[in-house]
Write a protein that binds this ligand. Structure first.
Ligand code: HEM
Length: 229
């Protein structure tokens, strides 16, 4: 991030980043001194394995887990809530029959694609595609939103259907780098939607949908979601 007089936000981001790295350093020292039954303690300890992670590797792993595990799930919950508010008949169906929650969660993952792009890949060989060629060595960014709305894969792909039977979405990516936190995210999502629908049965949007604004990041994230309940 470049910090300059005409980029005050850069300055804020840099200092926030520095504070976050320092937080991680302190956390690692604490867990080294007093290990507990938690993930960071597990990472800092040798655990009988030959190789341990260097401090740099530890910081980046913890950093990745916190970042990758926070905004993503937040987007699933906020985008999913918006999708349900925009489809009151589906929200009503879910309120009447909470056993639909697991299938509904998969559909909300597909329909809202909380992470819009998969991580970077490089082509191992020339790949002809739609009259173009992705050359060996080219960087490839796959749009998960596009894949999740592919009409060749999903019947009525533009529709939200919480009872969708075959739902092989790629909201968590695919292959060797598929999201390591997917089981946790699914659990968090199921708990969040079950609780939200039970506790706030009269949830409504407090603004017109066209007044909602979105952040411009590789995530699909709302700046805020004003509701009444
Ligand atoms: C709704 C929530 C989530 C969504 C939609 C999501 C989505 C994704 C996607 C699309 C990728 C890239 C996969 C690829 O390139 O093939 C990814 C990677 C990753 N995710 Fe998630 N994620 C979520 C929650 C989480 C949580 C809760 C954690 C951890 C606590 C997590 C940790 C990671 C990590 C560490 C990677 C990198 C994996 C690798 O490169 O091998 N994610 N996630």
């Amino acid at each position: 991030m470049t910090v300059s007089a005409d980029n005050p936000k850069g300055e804020t981001s840099s200092s926030a980043m520095e504070a976050f790295i320092n937080y991680n350093k302190t956390l690692i020292e604490k867990k080294r001194a007093h290990p507990g039954d938690d993930l960071v303690s597990g990472l800092v300890q040798n655990n009988g394995q030959e190789e341990t992670l260097s401090d740099k590797e530890l910081i980046s792993t913890i950093f990745l887990l916190i970042i990758a595990g926070h905004e993503t799930t937040l987007n699933l919950i906020s985008n999913g809530t918006l999708a349900l508010l925009e489809h009151p008949e589906q929200m009503h169906m879910l309120q009447q029959d909470p056993s639909l929650i697991p299938a509904a969660l998969e559909e909300l993952l597909r329909y809202t694609s909380p992470v819009s792009l998969c991580s970077i890949r490089w082509a191992k060989e020339d790949i002809p595609m739609h009259g173009e060629v992705i050359r060996k060595g080219d960087m490839v960014l796959v749009s998960l939103i596009a894949a999740n709305s592919d009409p060749a894969k999903f019947t009525n792909s533009a529709e939200l259907d919480i009872t969708r039977q075959i739902n092989r979405h790629v909201a968590f990516g695919k292959g060797i780098h598929i999201c390591i936190g997917a089981p946790l995210a699914r659990m968090e999502g199921q708990i969040a939607f079950t609780t939200l629908l039970q506790r706030m049965p009269h949830l409504r949007l407090a603004v017109k949908p066209e007044q909602l604004t979105w952040n411009h990041t590789p995530m699909r994230s709302l700046t805020r979601l004003p509701v009444t309940f």
